[in-house]
Design a protein around this ligand. Structure first.
Ligand code: SAH
Length: 484
């Protein structure tokens, strides 16, 4: 380990030779590694040392001396301030390489797979033709700026200071119109934004969803009260925005970082919007999960379907199923699909979605996957023994009890869809310890400009080596040879 010779505030000239999992550039000053936010691989820079630990340190980008060939101009003027996009200054092809490598490294370092095995199974990353304005959902925090003006935008990296911006380039254009309508209503009727420290004020967040295929818009205002002043006026104004479909309030009076409250009250229009993925129509409620990048989602689900390799005879369990999107994609090619999801409103959506699409071979259960699937398999295993299990958990990955049940049930294939390749790798280590083999893996870019990456993995059952046993009857051989 190289000993540090630097002091805080020193200026050092370094070449960025790698990038960390959070998108920081990493370079060495006299062999001592420094992490520098906003520097990209290949840059030669001057960094100011901001923090030193025993084996590494942090620096702030002061000057770019030689621009990396993979650097590009970040199109958003807030990109360095805002915590949302960590890779805007990296050319898109390089963003894809970064994500592919992130998955690869996690499979090797956390999953314990050999680099040769990982390289043999990983397919080329699936990129996006629309790396900006791709998000169908955004949750904007409301607060006050230093001068006391009500603002909305995004949290600055690692803080709760709001960078005022109603026009994020990852989102859809109509967000600006909606946010400005709400800001002007707040100003006119002196509706205060929520103050996290004091627990006072009213508007906390605004959730906006947009159906890319249908154009339908949902606005859900998260409020620290049961009601808003002059609700009718706000509703009337919002409802005039073209294609507005659903306006609701979510009551959240808790002192928490969780954005949405559990109670939704519809103020105007429908309690949901609809959208299509491929030729399937989906109903989406405010509390339900729905993939944020609809164009890439179709590619993601198509990959999951390809990996599942269905022939029409299979029983499939889709665990962590949300509103049943993957379930219904699979149902077209399976005998029967069972979906499990913890949010009751999402399961209401899933059942309605099956009906909407005339799909009759999908059944849905509300509850924790680890409980519902385990109980079902303990009590009635032969009724719905899985041939294929699909899991698509949140970032924390699968529950250990669920992994055990899956292993006990020995499905032929496991398709793992993951939004966090570190927890994916942790879970694969358990699944592939003995019974399963890593067959295929691919990174799908659902979140361009950010360090996040979606991964689809196929595991197949490890069969004992097929020993071809040939019994040789020596007497017979002798007899035949004697005859000739
Ligand atoms: N497959 C879906 C949803 C994936 S997101 C899609 O592609 O849209 C993960 C989902 O898991 C969320 O809907 C979340 O509500 C749900 N969830 C979280 N913990 C769960 C658990 N323990 N059991 C079942 N579902 C859970």
């Amino acid at each position: 380990m190289v000993k540090n010779q630097m002091k805080k505030n020193d200026l050092v000239r370094i070449t960025i030779s790698d990038m960390g999992i959070n998108g920081e550039g990493i370079g060495k000053a006299d062999g001592f590694p420094l992490f520098v936010k906003d520097a990209v691989i290949g840059d030669e820079i001057v960094a100011r040392v901001t923090k030193l630990k025993k084996n590494y340190g942090f620096g702030r980008l002061e000057e770019i001396i030689i621009k990396s060939p993979v650097r590009c101009d970040a199109p958003c003027k807030f990109s360095r301030q805002c915590g949302g996009c960590q890779l805007q200054a990296l050319k898109y092809s390089e963003q894809l390489r970064f994500k592919h490598k992130k998955v690869r490294n996690n499979l090797i370092h956390i999953g314990g797979f050999s680099s040769a095995d990982v390289e043999a199974v990983m397919e080329e990353p699936i990129g996006s033709q629309k790396p900006f304005h791709y998000r169908n959902k955004a949750q904007f925090p409301f607060g006050k700026d230093r001068d006391g003006n009500t603002v909305t935008g995004f949290f600055q990296g690692r803080s709760h200071n709001i960078v005022a911006n109603t026009d994020c380039i990852l989102g859809v254009e109509v967000n600006k119109e909606i946010l400005e309508c709400i800001l002007s209503y707040m100003k006119e009727f002196e509706v205060p934004p929520y103050d996290e420290e004091k627990g006072k004020g009213l508007i906390r967040h605004v959730l906006i969803r947009y159906g890319f295929t249908t154009g339908e818009i949902m606005v859900c205002i998260v409020v620290n009260a049961n009601k808003l002043p002059e609700e009718d006026i706000l509703c009337e104004r919002l409802s005039k925005i073209e294609k507005m479909t659903s306006v609701s309030i979510s009551v959240n009076r808790e002192n928490t970082n969780v954005i949405m409250g559990n109670k939704i009250r519809v103020l105007w229009g429908k309690p949901y919007i609809t959208d299509y993925i491929g030729d399937l129509e989906f109903r989406i409620s405010p509390l339900s999960f729905y993939q944020v990048n609809p164009i890439q989602t179709e590619k993601l689900y198509t990959k999951a379907l390809e990996y599942a390799g269905l022939t029409g005879n299979e029983t499939v369990w889709d665990l962590y199923c949300g509103i049943g999107t993957i379930s219904l994609f699979l149902a077209k090619e399976a005998k029967k699909v069972y979906g499990v999801e913890i949010i009751p409103q999402a399961i209401d959506d899933a059942r309605d979605n099956a009906k909407r699409n005339g799909i009759t071979n999908a059944e849905f259960f509300v509850g924790a996957a680890e409980d519902i699937f385990t109980e079902f398999m303990e009590k009635r295993p032969d009724e719905a023994r899985p041939d294929v299990v699909v899991v698509d958990p949140p970032r924390k990955g699968c529950d250990k009890k669920l992994l055990e049940t899956i292993l006990n049930m020995e499905p032929e294939k496991i398709v793992y869809v993951s939004c966090d390749s570190a927890t994916l790798a942790r879970d694969l280590k358990i699944l592939c310890e003995d019974k399963y083999r890593l067959e295929k893996a691919v990174a799908v870019d659902q979140f361009s400009q950010t360090v996040h990456v979606e991964t689809v993995v196929l595991l197949s059952q490890q069969k004992p080596d097929d020993h071809i046993e040939i019994e040789i009857n020596l007497d017979e051989i002798d007899a035949t040879s004697a005859e000739t």
